[in-house]
Design a protein around this ligand. Structure first.
Ligand SMILES: *Cc1c(COP(=O)(O)O)cnc(C)c1O
Length: 351
């Protein structure tokens, strides 16, 4: 029985076309700027995000930290969402490495920080206070059901950042999921930001890599931060070759993942003992819970799925689950998952 892995879209292994592309990639030393495949990927990324330049980095976490280090000095403050990856899941990198203080603000169910709250959080110039320097947003919002922030909202926050002389960075790990869900080109989501990072290694299926995009001057400075963090790679064209395939061939098909997420969520809603709000399904992330009177905990259900069906799903706390659709999850895998869940929760395969 092949593993069905719904824990994340990071479990996606590369496609055959990626394996073929990386095997024959033209290579050079990218720290010297001489890897033609990296350079081609960076040009493509800059084009798609409507920025002057781009830089290949090892991971989304590195892309965010490179961007934060490039925008800030020690003692600066970054306005960030309470559930953002940069605040919750990056080992405190901005504070540990950058000496930057995060200022977490509350987010609504659609991943938005109220623009008025952002404006209110901007500090006065006062020696008691850290210097407000940066606004960080995230699209799609991983901590809020994978919701896509629309361009109108991003433009509004961009105007606030400009008015107060703050830099604006977008953690776009799943930027293309947002663009596809909204039916718009990615550059409409990045026109208001000074920098954006996005991952090749999630739903786009590449094995490794993220890009940071911004002005030519910003990327010039970002190269130093990347080097400082140990992210200057040599023949990185083997990574970039898969990344080019990811950007050329894997973006539009994200719509299939979003359809599959809705299919999976609708099936879960039919299973007694599952609590799910279909209005919370926006892209490829599906969050659901066990009913309060469920005889099993979420980790127990996840363990049975794994041991009896080789189906892997994220379980958190007593009742919460996350299932993520991606390239390697089709209708057959979703049906297998739904049938296993039904059997575990109700003791019957068909209901
Ligand atoms: C996955 C993710 C990252 C980090 O990416 P890694 O490549 O795992 O370091 C950053 N931000 C968001 C919103 C993510 O989902």
């Amino acid at each position: 029985m092949d593993r069905i892995d719904l824990r994340s879209d990071t479990v996606t292994w590369p496609t055959e076309r990626m394996r073929a592309a990386l095997a024959r990639a033209s290579l050079g030393d990218d720290v010297y700027g001489e890897d033609p495949t990296v350079n081609a990927l960076q040009r493509l990324a800059a084009e798609l995000t409507g920025k002057e330049a781009a830089l290949l980095v090892c991971s989304g976490t590195m892309g965010n930290l490179v961007s934060i280090l490039t925008h800030t000095r020690r003692g600066d403050e970054a306005i960030v969402g309470e559930a953002h990856h940069t605040f919750c899941w990056e080992a405190g990198g901005m504070a540990v490495v950058g000496g930057v203080m995060p200022r977490p603000l509350s987010m609504d169910r659609l991943g938005r920080i109220a623009p008025a709250a952002i404006e209110q959080a901007v500090r006065d110039d006062d020696p008691h206070l850290p210097r407000s320097r940066l606004v960080l947003l995230e699209n799609t919002s991983g901590g809020r059901f994978g919701a896509a922030l629309p361009p109108t909202y991003l433009d509004e926050v961009g105007a606030i950042a400009r008015r107060h002389g703050l830099a604006f960075h977008l953690d776009g790990a799943r930027l293309f999921n947002a663009a596809v869900a909204l039916g718009i080109p990615a550059h409409e989501l990045t026109r208001a930001v000074d920098s954006v990072s996005f991952c090749l290694s999630k739903g786009l299926c590449a094995p490794v890599g993220s890009l940071v995009c911004g002005s030519a001057e910003f990327i010039h400075q970002a190269r130093r931060a990347r080097k400082l963090l140990g992210g200057g790679l040599r023949q990185a064209g083997v990574i970039a070759a898969a990344g080019i395939v990811a950007l050329q061939e894997m973006v539009e098909r994200l719509a299939e993942d979003h359809n599959h997420a809705r299919q999976l969520a609708a099936g879960l809603a039919d299973i007694p003992g599952v609590v799910i709000d279909l209005a919370d399904v926006h892209t490829n992330l599906v969050f659901f819970a066990l009913a309060p009177d469920a005889p099993l905990t979420a980790p127990q259900v996840a363990q049975r799925l794994r041991e009896r069906y080789n189906i892997w799903v994220g379980a958190e706390g007593l009742r919460l689950f996350r299932a993520v659709t991606h390239y390697w999850i089709g209708s057959a895998e979703i049906d297998a998952f739904l049938s296993a869940m039904r059997t575990i929760l109700t003791g019957s395969a068909t209901g």
